[in-house]
Ligand binder design. Structure first.
Ligand code: UD1
Length: 348
């Protein structure tokens, strides 16, 4: 039987690479497009080492319609596309909003334009729990029908705007093109082989890379941004989800669009991807130390501007509809992140 062919934009990025691995292991043919603005082509080698298959790779910028069109021409068709390619640094988006609006919106619009030229299509979009802003207490854990609050940053607004663009497009396309938007909570960890993982450029903005870099001695100490929030230990709460569990949800969502489209509630669906369990920053440090036996020196620092106090997912819709669950134990996830950091250190 002919394998279904999936386009993965941003496929050399953190979540994109892990998803490419899971797709290949589930039997899909994968084509990766990435402009390498926040990754390197070595990631393709890592993917090949894990799966034994090298995904076809195009270095192209999805926000440039001409070069993106060339990929579609060369490949002739895709059964589905997963759109990861986007900028994601909250702070940078505040300093350079236009960079974010241009890249994140234009790339998605181009993908929709190119997909709409085929008779059939399926698009999976990388969204974020950032679309909920700080949910009211009665909406925690967050379900998909919780109100979307005003975005805290241009980055967050691009995710909301992209979801609007998708929902308008879905109405116009009808049954012809299926769309699923996956709202990620906080992805962490690395593939157990330690051949792919998160590659922050410069000083990491996200918590786990900062934790592992501090543990290995690359950073003196971790700053815990605020311990005066109204949470049990005063630090912020998030729903940390193992990146390989997250990647597997993409396989389930692609399969739903391709093989069970009649089961979709409408042309577009939304799913929260999280574990359903919130962890505070201090609990994350503690879990890491317990799992690895390595101490993480930290200090309490002022709150970080724009941070949401607490948010975690109600993943029951994804659990039920996609038959998927994020169930990797946290100690295993922490060890995977640590193994990856050690591998990076041994290569540098
Ligand atoms: C945010 C967005 C998420 C987005 C991601 C992109 C929310 C709720 N989440 O994640 O949708 O995809 O940015 O990067 O808006 N922390 C420290 N010290 C550090 C780093 C982080 O204490 O050095 C704390 C933060 O204050 C936060 C938690 O760790 O409470 C997680 O932070 P981070 O990993 O940056 O992710 P979010 O800000 O939750």
């Amino acid at each position: 039987m002919k394998r279904s062919k999936v386009l993965v934009t941003g496929g050399t990025g953190y979540i994109g690479a892990h998803t490419t691995v899971e797709l290949q292991q589930a039997g899909f043919e994968v084509v990766v497009v990435d402009n390498l603005s926040n990754s390197t082509e070595d990631v393709i080698d890592g993917i090949e080492k894990i799966t034994g298959e090298r995904p076809r790779f195009y270095m192209a910028d999805c926000s440039d319609l001409e070069s993106f069109t060339r990929v579609f021409k060369e490949e002739e068709y895709f059964d589905a596309a997963i759109h990861f390619a986007a900028f994601k640094a909250v702070g940078e988006s505040v300093r350079e909003p236009l960079k974010y609006y241009r890249n994140n919106l234009q790339s998605l619009i181009n993908l929709l334009l190119l997909t709409s030229e085929s008779k059939k299509g399926a698009i999976l979009f990388s969204s974020s729990c950032t679309v909920y802003g700080q949910p009211d207490k009665e909406h925690l854990p967050v379900r998909e029908d919780a109100p979307l609050k005003k975005a805290e940053s241009p980055y967050g607004l691009t995710k909301q705007m992209c979801e609007d663009i998708l929902s308008d497009s879905s109405r116009a396309f009808g049954e012809r093109i299926r769309i699923i938007s996956l709202r990620y909570f906080n992805p962490i960890g690395a593939h157990k082989s330690a051949l792919i993982g998160e590659l922050p450029r410069g000083v990491p903005q996200n918590l786990l890379p900062f934790v592992t870099q501090t543990a290995i001695g690359k950073r003196d100490k971790l700053s815990v941004f605020g311990n005066d929030y109204s949470t049990p230990d005063g630090s912020c709460i998030r729903d940390y989800i193992y990146v390989c569990d997250l990647a597997k949800a993409h396989v389930a969502a692609v399969e739903r669009m391709l093989f069970k489209p009649g089961e979709m509630e409408s042309g577009i669906e939304y799913f929260n991807l999280g574990t359903g369990r919130g962890l505070s920053v201090l609990e994350v440090i503690n879990e890491f130390e317990k799992a690895t036996g390595v101490k993480v020196p930290y200090v309490i620092a002022p709150r970080r501007e724009g941070d949401v106090e607490q948010v975690w997912a109600d993943p029951s819709k994804a659990n039920k509809t996609l038959g998927w669950r994020a169930d990797t134990p946290i100690d295993e996830v922490m060890r995977s992140a640590w193994l990856w950091e050690q591998r990076l250190a041994s290569n540098s």
